[in-house]
Structures are given as structure tokens and as C-alpha cells.
Design a protein around this ligand. Sequence first.
Ligand code: GLN
Length: 490
Amino acid sequence: MSPAELPGLTITGLRECLRTRDVSPREVIEALRTRIEDVDPTIGAYLSIDFDAALKEAEKVDVDLPLGGVPIAIKDLINVRGQLCTCGSKILANYRAPYDATVVQKLRSAGAIPLGKTNMDEFAMGSSTENSAFKLTRNPWDISRVPGGSSGGSAAAVAADLAFGSLGTDTGGSVREPAAMCGVVGLKPTYGRVSRFGVTAFASSLDQVGPFAKTVRDCALLASAIAGVDPQDSTTLPADVPDYSRNLDVDLTRVRIGVPKEYLIGEALDEHVRTAINAAVEKLQSLGVEIVMLSLPHTEYAIATYYIIATAEASANLARFDGVRYGQRAENAHDIFEHYTRTRGEGLGAEVKRRVILGTYVLSSGYYDAYYARAQKVRELIRGDFANAFEKVDAIVSPTTPDIAFKFGERSADPLKMYLADIFTNAANLTGICGISVPCGFAQVEDRQLPIGLQLLGKALDEQRILQIAHAYEQATDWHKIAAPLSARR
Ligand code: GLN
């Protein structure tokens, strides 16, 4: 295998080469470095990369471990000890993480090498990565378009073969949505399945770390590596972690999958997406799945509910960025009030400010009952919709996003339009269940193919099931074999 071909491998393929000693971990890092230096100036997936640290790790890593010698890119709000951790924000532009997040520690124990920190919307707020304070990330299928967000750097890195796999976070869709727009696989685990220790909090009742990869099998490998209870995060669930990649090949006859009628009506859904999803549902049927039409009656309230709860929690979580303990601080302030307002005024971007203001408002006395408390009640109703649905079906299928990747600037002037990108994803965060996006086709736009994602939602802790269904679907289709024009596989 030539060094130029190496970055095009899946994690599964790379492990094979490493185990048989066909390549060394050092050669892998070197090959990736060349590729990143060639292609990342165009894509902009990474914010920082410490190759020396990675090469040092490569020298001592045990290639017989489950991910032995596999470099993994990390979203820039997850701590990697000694490396920058900017959260895509000016306020943390020079902040270095003093310790490893549990997910990074777990990746290291599995033999993986954290390589590079990926671009993101500031504090994970956005759907296009355009809210990064530092740069744009471009979609490897069409560089005039966004990669999705907020984990756009992590998704684009995998699609462009600048990483074999990566980690992102999903608070309302930020793993699944960019996975769909970049044509890769992205998993949002059950709330509490994966530790958030060492991960900068956005909305604590919704946040979850999840992997990106080129195939479902690779995604399963990463999920098994990062999941599990953590004494450092009391919200983690004390449930055993299966080796998801071992139990992927199953027969789908007798599996029941629901199609929520609310997700397929209305003109918000792009025609390319609708056609691809209908074809995917037929494909699943041909694999023996029983399709059941169902209703999630409170769907229309999900976006509003999400944006009240997420902003409320964000306003509290982001109070810690006050220029005293972390990062940037305004110079020559006359008093403490000026110190706070100038530090935050200069350090935080427009979308983050909008959310802190909105979140503070919905929590303020006088409005708490009308907005925040009401949103919590609606959240319960949405949870009820899903509980009812999962009495009838094993999983739910839908589009991941209502639209394909859009052009830069198309939505950034209108926050409400941007918020609609989460319409099919954020209910999973509100209800704590798991979800995955897997490639299911392309929209032909001008001379471009733009990827479309199929979302499968599963019950809490039922990651194994949605991985199996996604894997069966992937194996029965060729979508994952078609690589982005800017990948190493063309
Ligand atoms: N797009 C959503 C938001 O802006 C989701 C972000 C996320 O999942 N981190 O809040």
C-alpha cells in the first residue's frame, strides 16, 4: 500500500495493515500528515495539530489493541492534555487543556492516537460551522458549501480522508447533521452512554459525545471504545458496553421500523431528500424489515422546546467564561462589571451572545413559568410520543436533515432558518435516545453530487440495534463506496 493510498482506508482496513505489520503507526501518521498538508488548506477541517506528540505516541503504541495505532481527530471542545482547546471561540483562543477528557483517555487505552483538533461552531452552537471564530470548513463534496455543524470539522476530516475517524458532540444534531451533509456515518449515543468529563458543556441535559467514521463497522468500533460508566461523570449509565462491531451481521426479518408521518409532510423537506428516504425505506423492506406508519404528534414543538432548553442551559454553563479563570480577559477594566462585560463582549461571537441573552431571559423570574417550565412540560410530551412509538417498533427511520448541504452565507443571516436544520434530530436529544446517520444517496445539483443521510433512532441503550440496521442497509447499498471528490479514494 502506498503512503498516498493509506489515508483512504477505513479503520477496519487500517487495523489489518497495522496488525500484520504491513505499515507502522509512524508511517500512518506521516502519510496522514502529507495528506493534511496537501488538502486541509482547501478544506479547513483542523484548527490545530501536534504531529510531534502524535509521532511520540506512535513509537510506543501497541498495535494489537482494538484501535492500536489508529489516529483519531477530536472536536475542539474535548480536552486533549497539553493541546489547545478553543471551542471555536476567541475567548479560549489560547487555552490549553490541563487533562484528557475521559473519552480521550478511553481512546488512548484502546490504542488510538488523538491527532488534531477539529473546527466547530463556537461552543457547538450552529449547524454549518460558520460560527467558528477562526475559519470556515468546506464540504469535501463541494467547497462552496458548508459541511454542516456544529461538528463540521470532524465530519469533513473523515469525508476528505484527513482522518480515519473522529469525535464530535451532538446536543441537537451536531454529529448526525454534518455526517449526513458530508456523506459519512455519525452516531449520537444514548444520553449517559458516554462520559462528558473533560468536554466543554453547552446544554448539559442534551449533550453527548459521538463518533464519525466512513462505515458503520468503524463507527461501532469507536462507540465501543468511548462508551461506559465514568466515576467522573455522575450522569453516565452503569450499563455494560458490548463490542458493537462483533454483533453487526444479523437477519432483519421481524425487525419493525416506524416511519413518523410528521417527518415526511410539509414543504420543508427537499425533494431530493424525500426521494432518497422513500427509496431507503423500500430497501429496508426488501431486507425483511416490517415498516409501520406511526405518529409523533408533538413534533411541531420540538424546535421551539429545544431552543428554550438549550439556550437556558447554555446561559448557565457559559457563565464560567468570565475572564477570571479561563482564557481571554479584557485589559485595563476599571471595575469588575466592566471586566465581565468587556471580556464577554469582546470574546464571544454573535450567535453565542444571542443564546446567552435568550437563555437568561427564559430563566428570568416572571418569564420562567411561561417559557422554561412550559418547555420542560412539552419535553415530557415529546418523550411520551417516543415511548408510545417504541412500544410498537424497534427503531424509527427518517431523513437526518430536511435539506442537503447549503452554500456559505445562505442561512447565516437568518438564525431561525439555521435552527430548522435540527428539525429531525433534536427530539433524540430532548428524549435521551440514540440515533445514527448513514449515507443513503445523493442529490444531483448542477455538476455535483451532494450526500443525503438516513437517520435511525433507537431506544435508550439500544445502540446495538440501530448499528445493526444501519450496517445491513449499508451492506445492501453502494453509497458508502462513493467517495467525495476531495477524498484520497478518487
Ligand atoms: N444546531 C443545533 C444548535 O445550534 C445543535 C448543535 C449541537 O448539536 N451542538 O444548537
